[in-house]
Design a binder for this molecule. Structure first.
Ligand code: F6R
Length: 246
């Protein structure tokens, strides 16, 4: 069962979700516990990251007890590549916060042993105690992370091929479609579903058709986001555009 929250706009949504994350971090750190966050890249979470940075800067919210795991990374792009997700996260979040570097995890797009690296990534999530709160965006193909259709419910962190629609959508960041990698490392559907709480963000009319499918279609590999219907604590944060009935 997916809960929905309709926000006046993506900035107000960001404020509300950032406040929930802050409360979680503060409550857990009071009892000596770390908070494990699963993080996404792309344009959707940018206002949320800006708000987390503001809470740190203006309200003294500390991220020292936070452990992070990013969903995915392009194969072949290293940390200095401007379009790598490692670079994205540094620029848009980590360099503005006090998360200890040793507590930040992002799949390594330059690994030469993807199966081993992905198994190690899964083990690190388990070792951290599992993900407390997972932030997700939603691709127009129905992907969560980079789990393109078809993606079964039992998929784990692994190397995948990117759908042509996803490469097209992301080519705006690269300037040219030919520069968009065709493969990525991504947490699997099962990895994502093990998070104790999932907050999916989708804004704008361009996402309304896929939001509708994710919520209404019978869960199947054809639209990986439909698996979220089986999660006990998943909320879709929408605006008037993305919640429009198509
Ligand atoms: C990014 C990710 C993807 C994006 C999705 C939406 O780490 O895992 O699933 O969340 O492609 O991208 P935007 O937000 O750019 O529309």
């Amino acid at each position: 069962m997916i809960a929905t929250r309709l926000h006046p706009d993506k900035h107000i949504a960001a404020q509300s979700i950032a406040r929930e994350i802050a409360t979680l971090i503060q409550l857990r750190s009071k009892s000596g516990k770390s908070t494990v966050l699963g993080l996404a890249t792309g344009s959707t979470p940018l206002p949320l990251y800006a708000e987390l940075i503001r809470l740190h800067r203006d309200e003294g919210l500390s991220f020292r007890t936070v452990v992070t795991f990013n969903l995915d990374e392009y194969v072949g792009l290293g940390p200095t590549h401007p379009q790598s997700y490692r670079h994205f996260m540094e620029e848009h979040l980590f360099r503005h916060l006090d998360v200890p570097v040793s507590q930040i995890h992002i799949p390594d797009g330059l690994t030469n042993d993807a199966p081993h690296h992905c198994a190690t990534y899964e083990a690190a999530i388990r070792h951290a105690g599992g993900i407390d709160l997972q932030i997700l965006g939603l691709g127009r193909t129905g992907h969560i992370g980079f789990n393109e259709p078809p993606a079964a419910a039992d998929t784990r962190t692994r190397q995948v091929h990117l759908d042509e629609m996803t490469r097209q959508d992301n080519s705006v960041f690269f300037g040219d479609l030919s520069l968009v990698p065709s493969a990525a490392l991504t947490m699997g559907v099962a990895t994502i579903m093990e998070a104790r709480r999932i907050e999916l963000l989708a804004f704008g009319e361009g996402k309304s058709a896929i939001v509708h499918r994710a919520m209404q279609e019978t869960p199947s590999a054809k639209c990986p986001a439909t698996w979220l219907q089986r999660h006990p604590h998943c909320t879709f944060h929408l605006d008037s555009g993305s919640s429009k009935q198509t």
